[in-house]
Design a protein around this ligand. Structure first.
Ligand SMILES: [Zn+2]
Length: 292
């Protein structure tokens, strides 16, 4: 009994908490405001942008309680209008933690699931649909976890679509959404395409958000003494390169900003096949939305 209580206390003690962290919406109108806000987030333990600042856009900034006075001083200095959008980040985190599913045979699509449960679900799909679903391990993470997905194929030469999510560890709604789409594909519209679906592309980070820090975003590989993880956004694994001639749509699911972004985000210029992307995406999303 004591052992159980001791373990519980230790796990709780190791969890990073965000009590009284606030999120502010800030109306940014000048480049100097952008620069000063960017300087502030060079202290990432206490400041974190949820939406990056840019001129004539609304930035969103999470701030630790002990740094609030510093923030208010800066706001007075740069005279940017702002308001609190989230009073206590930990309250929202608690809600997502209680929305986690208990272990069960079937996947409840209204809950968040652990990596083990997601991978077990993928394995079970292969057993349930052996001629259609094949599990694929695209690689291994720094901590040795498989990056597992599935290929769904009714016909060898079908055009391909690649879905991935979970690149950013804390964006739990993205893997949950992709798992739901995967389930729907198997019951309705999958036959016309081959589907490559990888719900958790950053498994170390995903596990870490369940065990230790709900707000963790990056991978878990250390770089030097005081830097852990990289943002793996848009990094292609060898597996993806090896099959890149087999799909014509690549969709990466994220959360929070409600944006549809085409490559390449280093430039504001349209990509050469912009119109093609718009028409294909409209066509495909209409089909998906009609069938969900
Ligand atoms: Zn993301």
């Amino acid at each position: 009994m004591w052992k159980i209580i001791l373990c519980t206390v230790m796990v709780t003690a190791e969890q990073t908490t965000f009590d009284d962290y606030k999120v502010f919406k800030i109306n940014v109108t000048r480049n100097t405001q952008v620069e000063l806000l960017n300087q502030m987030v060079k202290d990432p333990d206490h400041f974190s942008f949820w939406k990056e600042p840019s001129v004539n856009k609304q930035a969103e900034l999470m701030i630790a309680p002990q740094k609030l006075s510093e923030f208010y001083e800066l706001m007075a200095q740069i005279q940017a209008p702002y308001k609190v959008s989230i009073e206590n980040v930990q309250t929202l985190i608690n809600r997502t933690m209680t929305a986690r599913a208990e272990k069960s045979k079937t996947l409840d699509f209204t809950k968040y699931h652990t990596l083990d449960t997601i991978y077990e679900y993928l394995d079970n799909l292969e057993k349930k649909y052996p001629s259609i679903v094949q599990t694929v391990v695209a690689g291994k993470s720094y901590e040795g976890r498989e990056i597992k997905g599935v290929k769904i194929s009714f016909k060898h030469n079908n055009p391909g679509v690649f879905f991935e999510s979970g690149i950013h560890a804390r964006e739990w709604i993205a893997p949950a959404t992709v798992l739901y789409i995967l389930d729907q594909l198997l019951t309705s519209i999958a036959e016309s395409h081959n589907w490559y679906i990888f719900p958790v592309c950053n498994p170390d980070g995903y596990v870490y958000t369940h065990t230790t820090d709900r707000m963790w975003r990056k991978t878990r590989k250390p770089y030097g003494d005081d830097c852990c993880g990289i943002d793996p956004n848009r990094s292609l694994s060898e597996y993806i390169k090896s099959i890149c001639d087999k799909f014509y749509i690549y969709l990466s699911f994220h959360s929070y900003s409600e944006l549809l972004m085409f490559p390449y985000s280093y430039s504001k210029k349209y990509v050469s096949n912009y119109n093609d992307l718009v028409s294909k995406f409209n066509y495909k999303t209409n089909i998906v939305l009609r069938n969900l």
